[in-house]
Design a protein around this ligand. Structure first.
Ligand code: SF4
Length: 50
């Protein structure tokens, strides 16, 4: 996946920082996805599925 943390937050995650993924912010979650430690599917609130 070639998306950056910023791209993911802006384009895919709702930026609500709801914590349902186990992380306190969408930015923190995006960092885990970009570094391939987590799958994007761990966020149930994506605004655009990629
Ligand atoms: S579950 Fe999704 S919307 Fe909620 S904090 Fe995590 S990444 Fe953000």
């Amino acid at each position: 996946m070639a998306l950056s943390v910023i791209d993911l937050c802006r384009d895919v995650l709702p930026q609500t920082n709801c914590g349902d993924c186990g992380y306190r912010s969408c930015m923190a979650f995006a960092g885990m996805v970009v570094s391939e430690k987590l799958s994007l599917e761990n966020c149930p609130h994506q605004t655009r599925w990629i």
